[in-house]
Design a binder for this molecule. Sequence first.
Ligand code: 13P
Length: 271
Amino acid sequence: MKRMMIAGNWKMHLNVHEGSVLVKRLNDHIIPHHSVEVVLAPSLVSLQPISQELDHRKFRLAAQNAFYKDEGAYTGEVSFTMLRDLVHYVIVGHSERRIYFNETLETVRDKVQAAVRNELTPILCVGETKQERAANETRRVVHDQVTTALANLTAEEVENMVIAYEPIWAISTFGGEISKPDDIQKVLELIRSCIGELYGDQAAKQVRLLYGGSINADTAAGYLALPDCDGALVGGKSLNYHQFSDIVEKAYHLQSSQRRTRGQDRKTEEN
Ligand code: 13P
């Protein structure tokens, strides 16, 4: 059974002190579960101090962004190479970076490659705007984002990565419309089948697909239970330790009940 991932994207919130206060609370509140991987993506300046305070049996760290060159005269940038010993994951192609920092399909592709080259796992974000959705272009947009970003990777590299579907219209800061889980399942299914066509069944089956967009403790289970959903990328509510711990617990309960169902199915087949 695949490990579910619940990742908290803190975005540009919490200074070093505030981040440290939240981490202390999360260390106390989150119970480690083998079936659920919990990832925190604080701001860049908080990564180092948080890495020292974090209970590494419970959490893994992610950076929110990095530059695709390994080193050089790129004032203000931080490379994937520099993050190698600090984080497991790097969020790549978040819609806020595509929109506010003009990241193109090609920039995102170069960042995915830089992550893989530096043995970091990208959490690739894809998703359409409200206008694209209204024009029935969701499938085309998401397909283009996925195929461009994964170009030149091996099936094994794709199999190990994480892709988050975050429809822009559902992200709290871009309007935060509440999405219907059935609609989300259709796009997750499309992403999986697109990977199947390009990289084969094994990669399609193993790649972890997350959903993100205004998830809270009340709505999380509806998305996490979708057949193609392997976790969540949580924004605003990851800053609230009650909400975030509750989302992690929801994931754990779902994983446990699915495991029980599978066990029962196996016993029925054996009898
Ligand atoms: P919200 O959960 O605040 O909508 O943010 C989602 C997101 O962008 C996570 O990366």
